[in-house]
Design a protein around this ligand. Structure first.
Ligand code: FAD
Length: 468
């Protein structure tokens, strides 16, 4: 049988190799280290953790990342097995001894009779006689391969930085203060004239907000993240530094909008939030990419009227990161639509995080194996953490209505990506009405229980509504 080629032996490539070899299919894995390294890797080990040693919360009942851990365990993940056997104490988080973890993955793959590990860079599109390839070269894909991918997919299709504006859970925005309206009520393609949530600021509130941005603590760029600002995507605090009115003429301009709660008051400035996922559960703060520290973002953005109790699905940031415009370029099984022998996995697809990258590697491996064996590919249930993440990458994201920087940005798994429950829990087992944090906890427990039930049926071969 022809091997499946995997380019990149990081978190995603390693998991993909394990899944494919586990189905009896030969794998050739191409990893450029140690001959050539990246600006963040320090060893020649497979699945090297380049920064923190944490896989985050391991609570499968109330956390989306904990649920993803559990799903991966049930799907026979090598990455989770290596993490579990190299765990170090870290409270409710799963943290690992990074060297032991990477050594366990390297030993398992290098010793597998069906896996050949070649230490070489693939410095362009793979040879045409490789009929099934998984590209898992990560956020620091080598420049020669990145250039070839960009040439094959188009100029805008591969980004080299993520410029992330904070994303808010819609049900935490106060709609007694904010309101739905598009500027000048424009419908635009796919819109209905009321696509944005608008938060109004008075002059005093705007002045205080600008002062807070200027004083707020910022993170600095790493040396290897040179050429920071691009695409007209300036961080808001840099815009604020250019003049006190700059934001009011930019992302916070108040024109074309009327506050239905106070029609006679003209807001001095407006923060707009735009729907971020097809489910309508997440909204991003338009034009609010920022290098403010995370704690500062939460503090300062909660001073915006309507966002006082906002919960953030992710906070803003600006990093070096190579990733595809996947919702446009990849099919539901992660293949490049214009060159279907190429499948992508890991952070280059637009997920973020060690575990998420490995999970997408797991799916890419299973999809490639099924294809090689001539089987029909069954997508994971939309209600599972794997399905939710896959939907974010391949289809769940809403394209921006306005011109400007594209809006698909990498994301960690979070409950905002899951389809809503048919019925949210309203009462505790003892019959008491659920409120506040208890209600939110019960909702999370219901989402994770549904996910694990549906995943079990999927593993058992039953048809379950899939991620699209
Ligand atoms: C500096 C930095 C810090 C990060 N910190 C964290 C963190 O603390 N926690 C977290 O959850 N996530 C973090 N991430 C995000 C992300 O989860 C990790 O980068 C993760 O390792 C991505 O997994 P991956 O398999 O997609 O890519 P990687 O793990 O980076 O693996 C890609 C592999 O491909 C190889 N490669 C690249 N180009 C080629 C080529 N042309 N030919 C052959 N091999 C090639 C590389 O050497 C590498 O081994 C960080 C990212 C960066 C860049």
């Amino acid at each position: 049988m022809q091997p499946i080629h995997i380019i990149g032996g990081g978190l995603a490539g390693s998991e993909a190799a394990w899944q494919i070899a586990g189905r009896g299919i030969p794998v050739t894995m191409h990893e450029m280290r140690p001959a050539r390294s990246t600006a963040a890797h320090k060893t020649d080990g497979l699945a090297e953790l380049v920064c923190s040693n944490s896989f985050r919360s391991d609570d499968r009942a109330t956390s989306a990342i904990g649920l993803l851990h559990e799903e991966m365990r049930r799907l026979g993940s090598l990455i989770m097995h290596a993490a579990d056997t190299n765990q170090v104490p870290a409270g409710g988080a799963l943290a690992v001894d990074r060297d032991g973890f990477s050594a366990a993955v390297t030993t398992a793959l290098a010793g597998h009779p069906l896996i050949e590990l070649r230490r070489e860079e693939i410095a362009g599109l793979p040879p045409s006689d490789w009929d099934s390839v998984i590209v898992a070269t990560g956020p620091l894909t080598s420049p020669a391969l990145a250039d070839a991918i960009r040439a094959a997919t188009g100029e805008d299709a591969l980004a080299f930085f993520d410029a992330i504006a904070p994303i808010v859970h819609r049900d935490t925005i106060d709609l007694d203060v904010a309101w739905f309206q598009s500027r000048y009520d424009k419908a635009g393609p796919g819109g209905d004239g009321a696509d944005y949530i608008n938060c109004p600021l008075t002059r005093a509130q705007y002045d205080a907000f600008v002062d807070a941005l200027l004083a707020g603590e910022k993170t600095s760029f790493h040396e290897w993240e040179a050429t920071p600002y691009f695409d007209g995507c300036l961080p808001i605090e840099v815009m604020a530094e250019r003049g006190r009115e700059t934001l009011r003429h930019g992302p916070m301009k108040p024109v074309g909008l009327t506050n239905p709660h106070k029609p006679q008051d003209k807001p001095y400035a407006v923060v707009q939030l735009r729907q971020d996922n097809r489910l309508g559960s997440l909204f991003n703060m338009v034009g609010f990419q920022t290098k403010l520290k995370h704690g500062e973002q939460t503090r300062i953005f909660r001073t915006i009227p309507g966002l006082e109790r906002a919960e953030f699905a992710r906070l803003g940031g600006l990093h070096r990161n190579t990733f595809l415009n996947s919702p446009k370029l990849l099919d539901p099984t992660l293949r490049l639509t214009v060159a279907q022998r190429l499948r992508f996995a890991g952070q280059i697809t637009g997920c973020e995080g060690y575990v998420e990258s490995a999970a997408i590697g797991l799916l890419a491996g299973r999809f490639a194996a099924a294809e090689r064996l001539g089987e029909e590919i069954a997508l994971p249930p939309a209600t599972s953490a794997h399905g939710a993440l896959l939907a974010h990458i391949t289809g769940g994201h809403v394209e921006t209505i306005d011109a400007g920087p594209r809006s698909f940005q990498p994301m960690n798994v979070n409950f905002g990506l899951f389809p809503p429950l048919a019925r949210s829990p309203v009462r505790a087992p003892d019959g008491a009405r659920l409120r506040g944090p208890a209600k939110s906890l019960a909702k999370k427990q219901a989402l994770t229980a549904r996910a694990l039930d549906d995943l079990a049926r999927w593993i058992g071969g039953e048809h379950v509504a899939a991620a699209e």
